[in-house]
Design a protein around this ligand. Structure first.
Ligand SMILES: *Cc1c(COP(=O)(O)O)cnc(C)c1O
Length: 346
């Protein structure tokens, strides 16, 4: 065996959701958008497909994207860091802030990638349980070099109010609080509004969910410009390619299309939230594009397996025995299929 670092050999490695290539499958397991990206994305990518654009390196900091996103989100473009998906941003943040032997803290049950990032870095990882109603505990551990809080959270789809986010940021200061807003576009509030007065806050976003670009890989962070200048040293020089930059810029500039798609997804979420309890599920009210579904009367893993046999893929999640199904809000037709199959199984 080659001398791979012992922390790498000791770790299991992050296992992403199943990506089946079968086009017949109703895919409700990794929270992709069921609708295509804006037509303007296709135009922009086609326009970028010239010999000259492909031959040359892309903008290292994505300045055209930063200007567009700065305008739409009303933030300073110099406070935006681009990433090859927001997972790339989370890696950059870990490398920048967490020394070997350092500490990362995150609530649980939550996004499991954070633990893998700690293991890769040779850092310790502390899970802090959410309260039973998915809020932050009264006391948060001190001494973490980095704290991750997904808001809305996955798998619950719940949110922590911004006042609590601000309180947590103060509790962990001067270390950063990373607010992972992968699903914030489906919620009512965003931590972006806290940035001007909370200097240790870093907000991350992705184009994989609300902008329907999971296949393109694009995400970004918003933080104080002085912080972004340091983070830019950590990232690969050209971590986003010409095509993903063109796609992301066109997508964020088409806010009319974005709002139209968002409204459809929220309507389907409302429908599923109403229909699933009638089938025996306990559904947590969601602020994201998915629903966390549990049952008191029977195990849910066989339901996941039976749905998969019937070509409906949902995500079975198990956190040390606390388990459930995380179901993406797809199109209305997909929701109908899901409900019909569940009725037939149950
Ligand atoms: C999907 C997701 C991400 C990652 O998104 P990518 O941009 O596709 O890497 C990050 N955080 C959470 C909580 C997510 O669910």
């Amino acid at each position: 065996m080659l001398p791979i670092r012992s922390n790498i050999r000791a770790m299991a490695g992050y296992v992403p959701g199943e990506q089946l290539n079968d086009p017949d499958i109703v895919k409700l397991n990794t929270n992709e958008n069921p609708y295509p990206p804006s037509p303007r994305v296709f135009e922009a990518v086609r326009a970028a497909l010239t010999g000259d654009r492909l031959r040359k390196y892309p903008q290292p900091l994505g300045d055209t994207f930063r200007r567009a996103a700065g305008r739409v989100l009303n933030v300073d473009p110099d406070g935006i860091l681009i990433g090859n998906g927001s997972d790339d941003i989370l890696t950059i943040l870990t490398r920048a802030f967490v020394p070997e032997g350092g500490l990362i803290a995150s609530p649980t049950p939550s996004y499991i990638l954070y633990k893998s990032l700690a293991e890769l870095q040779g850092a310790r990882f502390e899970k802090v349980p959410f309260t039973p109603d998915w809020q932050l505990p009264g006391r948060w551990p001190t001494g973490a070099h980095l704290t991750f809080l997904p808001n809305p959270n996955s798998p619950s789809g719940t949110v922590v109010p911004l006042a609590e986010v601000e309180r947590l940021a103060a509790a962990v200061a001067p270390a950063p609080l990373v607010l992972d807003e992968a699903y914030a576009d489906f919620a009512d509030a965003s931590g972006l509004e806290l940035l001007p007065r909370v200097p240790n806050l870093i907000v991350t976003r992705t184009f994989s969910k609300s902008y329907a670009l999971a296949g393109i890989r694009f995400g970004f962070a918003v933080a104080a410009p002085a912080v972004v200048r340091e983070l830019a040293k950590v990232k690969d020089s050209y971590n986003c390619d010409v095509l993903s930059l063109a796609a992301a810029t066109a997508a964020i500039e088409d806010q009319d299309y974005f709002r139209e798609v968002r409204a459809k997804i929220l309507a389907t979420r409302t429908r599923l939230t109403a229909a699933l309890p009638a089938l025996g599920f306990e559904v947590t009210p969601s602020h994201a594009n998915f629903l966390w579904c549990r049952r008191a009367d029977r195990p849910v893993k066989p339901l996941y397996e039976e749905l998969k046999r019937r070509k409906i893929l949902v995500r079975y999640m198990n956190y040390d025995g606390y388990d459930g199904l995380r179901v993406t809000a797809g199109t209305d037709a997909e929701a109908d299929r899901l409900l019909a199959e569940l009725r037939s199984i149950l």
